[in-house]
Design a protein around this ligand. Sequence first.
Ligand code: RRO
Length: 312
Amino acid sequence: VNLHTTIGSFGFDNVLMNASGVRCMTAADLDKLADTVAGTLITKSGTPEARTGNPSPRAAGLPFGSINSMGLPNLGIDYYIDYVEKFQEKHPDKPIFLSVAGLGPDDYHVIAKKIQASNFTGPTEFNLSCPNVPGKPQIAYDIPTTRRILDDMFSFFTKPAGIKLPPYFDLTQFDDMAAVLNDYPLTFINSMNSIGNGMAIDPETDTTLIKPKGGFGGIGGTYAKPIALANVRAFRLRLRPEIAIIGTGGVTSGRDVYDLILCGASMVQLGTVLGIEGLGVFQRLTEELSAEMAKKGYTSISDFQGKLKTLD
Ligand code: RRO
């Protein structure tokens, strides 16, 4: 079977890639991701200045996933722009994604200007959904602020751009956010980031598992799967067809990848499972997805992408 897919004008030999934040902080991490069977890779979200992030312990495994409050530790936007500029020279056949994040709305202007002025020609993912910086809201829960950021950005930014979204839980939220997104020349959205501000407790000590923010942190892994499926499906039903969807959340098996594609994903990112299992997960899930497709008689992603059936 063939796992080739596209996002805008970019082609990839495999639908799988890492989710931003997982095993992608340093050049050494990124080089290792590039050496797997993944279709491509994405950087940790870069901010205008490098950050050390929140105090440890700041991430933990849970019975069905993970909790994290990393707090946006990263080596700074300049570091990641330099990496992706060099990467695109070495690997013209593997378009790399640059992820970026602001601590507030004004940062996105600064970041977008830097990318626009750089030699990078690949896709940029603007993370509007980090749940873990103390005192800072998840921007994409604030519709007017999201619109303001996009208005400003697209007044000068002409490179391929996408938005990383948080999970939404009411159908009116999908209606409202899709109406905003459809007004801009976005190449893609990524749905979804971790489920913000969950909590996990150590029963021996009656203490939160992680230290930052009094124990609140983003939840990923199997807990997130039904929510991720719903978010990808809800946006696929509402967005202009030119806006591709990257599906992220709750993948541990090839069937989970298949389900996100059925809901409309063009590419699927691995977060918690990549953090726990390591780089070999790309080979395992490539085989499992291929087997699932073969079982259904499918030979390409387009045979089933977006073709979810419902009972009414
Ligand atoms: O660094 C983090 O704490 C973090 C970020 Br920026 C994000 O977007 N999602 C997440 O789960 N953790």
